[in-house]
Every structure is written in structure tokens, then in C-alpha cells.
Design a protein around this ligand. Structure first.
Ligand code: PHE
Length: 447
């Protein structure tokens, strides 16, 4: 019943909500940590190439399917093709969304703790030499479990209020504020003594360090950061109006998302070298470096509270989008009410999220394939499921989708330049699937 589905009200709403999904901890927490682990410049270069060569076309593919079918990911494959097997991709997307929601909420929970510490001023009283141990003490304890659960609860409450009112209003106002304050922090970091070394690390590619893990990491980061390959963009596109221009929206999302990630890098790396931190510190990197940055800024506690507050909101607009995939699936495929579907989604994520929150402390010895719950969920989703989903979606849209649907959706109510149309077809048919396959193969050490 296409008519009864909610729709985004305004054009700005479409951009704000999809960018709200894309911009989040992926840009500000995960990008610097992945770039740090994978040697900086070369990682950034591949990341940007993957975003534009593979990411943008695959966003278009998800948009085409979402608006073409006006359905959740699972229903979209069913509606758009008579072969039922395609819908299996939908299951992978839904599984990914739950796994990501679980570990993502833990990091969002860390953000809540840092926000509280900023408001109480505690963050500023941590002595110079104790910043590393301070994060370790916190993250290995039980408090992260509490924050994870509280965050998931907040996420569920917003979702219960429905598509337009809940999601659009929050993201319309606060995303631009986040953007502005990142620029302030960038200027601050550019004035640090470590700026030369930091910029060189981020922007000077050292190709001798490139191996398959850099390629896989950059591809995974591109998909994670664009909320791509699991049906988020598809689900949101099912709420687009017929007038929303798909290619233009996809390009705006990719550019803004990349800019935010690069800004985060410019904020973090000069500080890493100024304060003698380890760029390859992993998931804890920004939580160790940011307090040091705020500490030396005039009015540091204020900036820190504002920043962590905005990061919390940015995380919420991302977790809302992940949950929406699941909720649309539960309600439309199983006929469960929206309320029940939201609670079911939150319940599963609370159990798995608790395991992830304990991964740094009490459960740090529980290893699956050599990884903790947190590490495993993060690796498997970003580096395997999302690119694989993206590859299958691009093959589906490029080769199997009815050409009429493809053209009608890309064109929308406007028109599309011939060459843009061709480039998208070529990318979806050839470039994206082979690109992703080559990165996977490099991981098997076949090439
Ligand atoms: N793109 C989001 C971020 O960068 C994370 C996300 C992944 C959101 C997958 C939805 C789906 O924070």
C-alpha cells in the first residue's frame, strides 16, 4: 500500500535525514581510527576513490530500488524481481543493521559518558599523564553497559514517534551546528605544533604501506560511513517523494559525508602528534585525543560538552536509520505493529549491545575468530557484509532490474543528462562489482 506509507515532507528533509544517517560516529570516531591503523594518506586516497567510484553509484542503486518498490529491503527485492532468492540479500542487510546497532550503541554510550564528564567538568581535571588510563578504566568497567542501554532506549523512544516528526526535526537543526563546530576545531588543530606531522600522516600517501588490509579497510569504511549495502538508503528512499532527484542527492550525501570525515582527520591527527599519542591506537583513539584537545582550548569544557552533545545527536540520527531498516521489515513482512517492532529491535540490540559493551572488560577473553564481540561485529559488518551487499545490489540493479523502473526512477519527475545515466549504468554493471570483488580477492591473497 504505497499510499499509506509516510513520506518526507521537504527536500531539505531528504538531505538532512540521509546525511544524518551517513554522518555519525563512522566519520568522527571510526574514520580517524581506521586511517590511523592503516597508515593515513594511502588509506584516505583509496577511501575517497571508493566513495565516488563505488559508493555514489551504489547509493543511486539503493535509491532506485527503494523508491521504485516503496518497500523495506526484503520487500523491495520481492517486488522488483520474480526470482525469490534475491530477497536473501535483505536478510543479510537486516542482520547487519542489528549487529551494527549493537556495537555502535556502545561507542555512542562512550560519547554520553564524555558528555556527562564535560558537563560536570570532570573531563578537565584528568591529569595530563592519565588520559589513556582514564579511558581504559572507564571502558573496561560496567558503566558502558548502562550507557549503551540508555542510548538504545532513547533511540527507541524517538523511533516510536514516527518518521517525519521524530527524525526530520532533530536532524534539520543540529547537523549544520555540528558542521560549524567541526570547522572551529579544525582551525584550533591547525595551530598546533604537531600540525606538519599530522597533515603529512593524513594527506601524504605512503604506497609502500598499502596491502590488502588497507584496501579492505578503506572499502569497508566507505560503505560504513555512507550507511550503504544494508538497505538504509533503500528504506529512506522508500519515503522519498517522486520529485527527489536521486543522483544529485546521492552526490550531496557523499560529498558532505567525506568532508566531515576529512575534517575529523584534520582535527585528530595534528593533536595525535602534538600530544605524542599512538595513531594506531584503535577504537579508543579519539576518546583519548579529544579530551587533550579540549583541555588546551580556552573554554574547553564548554566546547567539549557541546561537541559530545552534537556527536550524541549525530549518532542518534544514524542509529535511527539502522533501526528503521529492521522496523520497516518487521512491520511490512510480518505485519507486526510499529510499536512492537521498535521494541523487538531495541530488545535484541540491548542483549547484543551488552556483549559488545563488556568486550573491553569482563568479556575481553571471549574471542571468536580471534576477535571480541565488539571487534567481530564491527569487522564482519563493515568489511564483509556491507561491501558484499553493495556488490549484489549493484549487480541486481545493473543487470536484472527492469530497465523501465531504472530509467523512471533515475529521471524522477525531472530529466537526467545522457552521460550521467551512462556513467551510472557502467559503474553499476562493471566498476562496482569488479572493484569490490578485487578487494575481496586481495584479502584472500589470491592477487
Ligand atoms: N554511516 C553511519 C556513520 O557513519 C553508520 C551507519 C552504518 C548508519 C550503517 C546506518 C547504517 O556513523
Amino acid at each position: 500500500m504505497a499510499e499509506s506509507r509516510a513520506q518526507f515532507v521537504t527536500r531539505l528533509g531528504v538531505i538532512a535525514t540521509t546525511v544524518g544517517s551517513a554522518v555519525g560516529l563512522g566519520n568522527i570516531w571510526r574514520f580517524p581510527y581506521e586511517a590511523g591503523v592503516h597508515g593515513g594518506g594511502a588509506f584516505l586516497l583509496f577511501y575517497i576513490v571508493f566513495i565516488f567510484l563505488i559508493g555514489v553509484p551504489v547509493i543511486c542503486a539503493e535509491f532506485i530500488m527503494g523508491r521504485g518498490a516503496r518497500s523495506n529491503i526484503f520487500g523491495a527485492f520481492r517486488k522488483l524481481h520474480s526470482t525469490r532468492q534475491w530477497a536473501w540479500i535483505g536478510y543479510m542487510g537486516i542482520l547487519s543493521s542489528i549487529l551494527i546497532l549493537s556495537f555502535y550503541s556502545v561507542v555512542a554510550g562512550w560519547t554520553v559518558e564524555y558528555f556527562v564528564q564535560s558537563v560536570t567538568g570532570a573531563i578537565d581535571t584528568i591529569a595530563e599523564g592519565e588520559r589513556h588510563s582514564s579511558f581504559d578504566t572507564f571502558s573496561t568497567g560496567l558503566k558502558p553497559v548502562m550507557w549503551t542501554l540508555i542510548f538504545l532506549l532513547a533511540n527507541a523512544v524517538i523511533l516510536l514517534r514516527g518518521v517525519q516528526s521524530g527524525i526530520e526535526k532533530v536532524s534539520n537543526i543540529l547537523m549544520p551546528v555540528l558542521f560549524l563546530i567541526l570547522i572551529v576545531f579544525c582551525i584550533n588543530s591547525l595551530l598546533m605544533p604537531g600540525v606538519g606531522e599530522g597533515m603529512r600522516f593524513l594527506f601524504n600517501p605512503d604506497f609502500s604501506k598499502v596491502d590488502s588490509s588497507v584496501l579492505i579497510g578503506a572499502l569497508g569504511q566507505a560503505f560504513f560511513s555512507l550507511s550503504l549495502g544494508l538497505g538504509t538508503m533503500m528504506t529512506y528512499a522508500s519515503y522519498f517523494s517522486d520529485r527527489t532527484p536521486l543522483v544529485k542527492s546521492a552526490s550531496i550525501i557523499a560529498v558532505l559525508d567525506t568532508v566531515v570525515a576529512v575534517l575529523a582527520g584534520i582535527i585528530i591527527f595534528p593533536a595525535v602528534f602534538t600530544y605524542g599519542s599512538e595513531p594506531a591506537a584503535g577504537p579508543k583513539l579519539v576518546f583519548e585525543v579529544l579530551p587533550a584537545i579540549f583541555h588546551q582550548m580556552p573554554g574547553g569544557v564548554f566546547w567539549s560538552a557541546l561537541f559530545f552533545f552534537l556527536l550524541m545527536v549525530a549518532s542518534l540520527t544514524s542509529t535511527i536509520s539502522m533501526s528503521e531498516i529492521c522496523i520497516a521489515f518487521f512491520t511490512e513482512q510480518f505485519g507486526i505493529g510499529r510499536r512492537k517492532a521498535t521494541l523487538l529491535n531495541a530488545g535484541i540490540a540491548m542483549v547484543l549491545g551488552t556483549l559488545c559493551a563488556l568486550s573491553f572488560g569482563p568479556l575481553s577473553n571471549v574471542l571468536i575468530f580471534g576477535q571480541s564481540f565488539f571487534g567481530l561485529f564491527d569487522y564482519v559488518t563493515s568489511n564483509i557484509f556491507l561491501p558484499l551487499g553493495g556488490m549484489l545490489i549493484s549487480i541486481f540493479v545493473g543487470w536484472f532490474l527492469d530497465r523501465r523502473v531504472f530509467r523512471e526512477q533515475l529521471r524522477g519527475t525531472g530529466s537526467i543528462k545522457g552521460w550521467i545515466y551512462k556513467v551510472i549504468v557502467i559503474c553499476l554493471r562493471y566498476v562496482a562489482p569488479t572493484g569490490i570483488a578485487l578487494v575481496f580477492l586481495s584479502g584472500l591473497d589470491i592477487i
